[in-house]
Design a protein around this ligand. Structure first.
Ligand SMILES: [Cu+2]
Length: 157
C-alpha cells in the first residue's frame, strides 16, 4: 500500500509538471524581435493612405499625417491632425509612434513614444532617421487607455 501511495504521488507530481509545461506558450517565434515580446501575438498595423489623405478611425474620427519636410537624414517632424466625423479638429485621443527600419528591425527602434500636441491641436513627433533605406512609423491611437486604431507609415530615405 505504501509503495502504491508513493507511486501515486509521483504520478501526481508528473501530471502537475506536465500541466505547467502545457500552460507555457508553445513557441516564442517572431520575425520582429525588436517589436514583439516573446510569447505575445504581434498586433496588426494597417498601411495608411498617403500623406494628406483621410485615414478613418472607425466612423467617429479621421486623421491626416504629413512630415514637416521630406524625410531625410536627421530629424523630421511627423504631424498628425485629428478630426471628428464632421471635419472639426479634435485632440482627445492619445497617439504614440514607433520608428524603425523594417529591413533591420530592432537596430534603430525608437520604442513607443507619445506625440505631443501643440496649441493648434496638431500631434507632433520627431522622427530620427539615422541611416538611408526603408523606414516605418507604427502609430497607435488610444481612447481612455484602450487602443482603437493601429496604422503604419512607410517611407524611404
Ligand atoms: Cu539601419
Amino acid at each position: 500500500m505504501r509503495a502504491n501511495k508513493a507511486a501515486m504521488a509521483a504520478i501526481l507530481i508528473f501530471l502537475a509538471a506536465a500541466a505547467t509545461a502545457a500552460a507555457q506558450p508553445a513557441t516564442s517565434c517572431c520575425n520582429s524581435p525588436g517589436l514583439v515580446p516573446a510569447g505575445q501575438q504581434a498586433p496588426v498595423f494597417q498601411d495608411l493612405p498617403k500623406s494628406g489623405k483621410k485615414c478613418w478611425i472607425g466612423e467617429v474620427n479621421y486623421f491626416t499625417w504629413e512630415f514637416d519636410k521630406t524625410p531625410n537624414m536627421g530629424t523630421s517632424i511627423l504631424i498628425i491632425k485629428l478630426f471628428d466625423k464632421d471635419g472639426k479638429r479634435v485632440s482627445d485621443l492619445a497617439v504614440t509612434g514607433r520608428s524603425d527600419m523594417p529591413s533591420m528591425r530592432g537596430a534603430h527602434d525608437s520604442g513607443e513614444v507619445a506625440f505631443k500636441t501643440n496649441r493648434a491641436g496638431d500631434y507632433l513627433l520627431p522622427i530620427n532617421v539615422v541611416m538611408p533605406g526603408d523606414w516605418e512609423v507604427l502609430l497607435t491611437f488610444s481612447r481612455n487607455g484602450v487602443v482603437i486604431f493601429r496604422g503604419r507609415i512607410a517611407f524611404g530615405v
